[in-house]
Design a protein around this ligand. Sequence first.
Ligand SMILES: Nc1nc2c(c(=O)[nH]1)N[C@H]1C(S)=C(S)[C@@H](COP(=O)(O)OP(=O)(O)OC[C@H]3O[C@@H](n4cnc5c(=O)[nH]c(N)nc54)[C@H](O)[C@@H]3O)O[C@H]1N2
Ligand SMILES: Nc1nc2c(c(=O)[nH]1)N[C@H]1C(S)=C(S)[C@@H](COP(=O)(O)OP(=O)(O)OC[C@H]3O[C@@H](n4cnc5c(=O)[nH]c(N)nc54)[C@H](O)[C@@H]3O)O[C@H]1N2
Ligand SMILES: [Mo]
Length: 816
Amino acid sequence: MTMTDISRRGFLKTSGITAGAVAFSSFAPLAATSNERGSGVLTAGRMGPILCEVKDGKLVATKNALAQTMPNSLQLTGPDQVYTKARVKYPMVRKGYLANPEQPQGTRGSDEFVRVSWPEAYKLIHEQHMRIRKQYGPASVFAGSYGWRSSGILHKAQTLLQRYMSMAGGYSGHLGDYSTGAAQIIMPHVVGSIEVYEQQTTYPVILESSDVVVLWGLNPVNTLKIAWTSTDCAGLEFFHQLKKSGKTVIIIDPIRSETAEFFGDNTTWVAPHPMTDVAMMLGIAHTLVKNNKHNIEFLQKYTEGYQTFEDYLLGKQDGIEKSADWASTICGLPAKQMHLLADIFAENRTMLMAGWGMQRQQYGEQRHWMLVTLAAMLGQIGLPGGGFGFSYHYSNGGNPTRDAGVLPAISASPGGGSSAGNDWAISGAVQSFPVARIVEALENPGVEYSHNGHTLTFPDIKMIWWAGGANFTHHQDTNRLIKAWQKPELVVISEPYWTAAAKHADVVLPITTSFERNDLTMTGDYSNQHLVPMKQVVEPQGEARNDFDVFADMAELLKPGGHDVYTEGKTEMEWLYGFYVAAQKSGRAARVAMPNFDTFWANNQLIEMKYNDKAAGFVRYADFRQDPVVNPLGTPSGKIEITSKTIAGFELPDCPAHPTWLEPTEYTGSAKQDELQLMTAHAADRLHSQFNYAELRDGYAIANREPIWIHPQDAKPRGIADGDLVRAFNGRGQVLVGALITERIKPGSVCIHEGGWPDLDPATGICKNGGANVLTLDIPTSRLANGCAANSALVKIEKYTGPELTLTAFDPPKNG
Ligand SMILES: Nc1nc2c(c(=O)[nH]1)N[C@H]1C(S)=C(S)[C@@H](COP(=O)(O)OP(=O)(O)OC[C@H]3O[C@@H](n4cnc5c(=O)[nH]c(N)nc54)[C@H](O)[C@@H]3O)O[C@H]1N2
Ligand SMILES: Nc1nc2c(c(=O)[nH]1)N[C@H]1C(S)=C(S)[C@@H](COP(=O)(O)OP(=O)(O)OC[C@H]3O[C@@H](n4cnc5c(=O)[nH]c(N)nc54)[C@H](O)[C@@H]3O)O[C@H]1N2
Ligand SMILES: [Mo]
């Protein structure tokens, strides 16, 4: 069904409202297949427990180790991860840096690299690290190193870096993340918790009790391929069963996503312009009020400050009624469609599931705040299958929590506490800034800025060590980043691959992949469904070493004995044994029996934790709904804050006291004639930049570049045909992309998925691989949250007619 089909019948045609609810037990969790599966070494990655086929010491294939109905392309990437030509083989140092580390010649990013031995690399880093630390203090050393390093509880790149830096006397760290920067700061003011990383009203309850499920900027068929720990695969199965249930599913997204394709005729696709959801929600809210369909009783009992918001909604302050007609001119949908959505939401048990792409935008705080407000007006929060949920598309939020033996993880300071032996002064982060403000920090040392009501100061960064993140791919406005990146005196990158960040470093250290070391992980960030051995499958490639060993060796250079303080005198397997014993102990408390470690490790099988019927019936906010006095929320009023006195007190022009439509700087509404809005959604066949080098790329690359999704209406007047090489550009940069002409995107918008490795041509400055962030705007969501606002940019596109440019994104540098 398309977005033009807006009849009530159109929406509800396949509705479970008449079909009847699906039985509670129908969401039987899929059994782990560890007993029936084929042979292979068992390990795990973000994409789930994985079986590895090894021939003659070589990893030849990887596949899922759990039963699953939905395919997960990322599970096939094992051999590419180990053997890609993009692997870093040896420690390498930039030529101009090696020649004179205190006064380096040449420029980061355009200099040659020279191979050195591990001891030479250690010595060089140690000496310069100590010089910088002594000269400028601990805050000058940035170890905030954000990113999606591999799964595992021992080989945690960032934590291991920080463990070393804490032994060295402290460092500058980061606050928050790129994922939910805006939502995780605004939600505690609104509902008293961060929401985005919390257990949701469960999948079984949705299948039993929801009539209408709204996927608001949610693309779970892509985003549930992975989890922060390792996916338990239950989320994809849930959406499979949701489709089978015949319930009404409405998808609100400028892109007809993989999820919309998956639901096919079982869904209605509604496509507003990007960045306009608040206007659209206001239009729906206004309709509710005009038709007296808002739940006044709920608003009175459970919320604070509704009246102020309603005054705004009805235009009592600014003379503008935020009606569906008003919203229509902004979001590009017919008013009738918003009227209909208001009716459907109010008349049925409706779960509003929201993704995060729409808060990774300028004024991103407003999206989820307004969505909670809309849900409050519908009055279904705390009822089974009603209300809102912000983690249904991520890490299987909604898969019931198991009774489990839960693994701990290595900590950022040795001994897990504040001291390790009397003569080590252990210190954590001495100064931290919101993670997506790194370029602003590099540009503005010592400058004050406002963050969540506080005044903070940017550190003066002189050294950066990045381990476990791809910041040249993940950060906005690459050319601005490259400029700011010249400021520090030393940049070290620990990486398995020659990422753009590695190519812009002074020292590059080759790190193992998770297939080359032993570790452990749970699956399901909320469910703890399995405990999985992550077994070493092959020998490390080249001279790759584990982050753990690198930092342990570096700690020895800090002071004799440092190695043992760092490792606490334990080997890799001794650490894993200790973690497992701790899990066994917590398992006993939950009445879960687990074999002893040696048996478990030799078994080559995962442990499935115990299903808990009570947990399976969890309804978020049920206790608050039952008694808001006994079970208040963690907000100042104890209620849902539709107007927040706290936020009002911050007096921020970019984040007012209640959800508000604020016109973005760069969006369709401000576009000049030939400009288009750029969306940068997460890709189906990558985890951000990870696996961009893999064979899967052959399936999606167009003209050997990242694809750009263009609506025929936008392609035709520009003379762009399907498969053409296209130049997308704006004042910030330019990229080469391959045209995918499709009606699956709202006219006026284009999409280049985030995660393509930047590959800047030195002569023209064009990114030859289509790295989306070369074009994005590096601004904070607002001075409330300072979140990542990547999805806020205008671009122009044209058919590329310049000289042929060869892709070099995945080539190691000369001598590499
Ligand atoms: N335009 C735009 N930009 C975005 C986004 C967007 O939507 N649009 N999304 C943002 C979001 S939500 C996020 S979370 C970020 C993601 O940004 P990142 O998390 O930085 O992205 P990844 O590509 O997963 O980077 C992980 C890196 O760690 C390396 N690595 C893997 N295992 C190990 C290990 O064991 N040790 C070491 N040392 N390294 C390892 C990998 O090779 C890879 O280079 O991107 C953000 N950027
Ligand atoms: N396969 C895969 N899975 C992943 C990741 C990955 O890179 N690859 N990344 C992981 C990480 S770190 C994160 S944070 C999550 C990200 O999860 P999300 O942030 O939810 O993912 P996105 O793809 O950015 O956005 C989801 C959908 O929102 C839509 N959207 C964008 N802007 C708007 C808007 O203005 N309005 C509306 N209504 N919709 C909009 C996009 O078109 C997209 O279909 O996914 C995780 N899962
Ligand atoms: Mo993320």
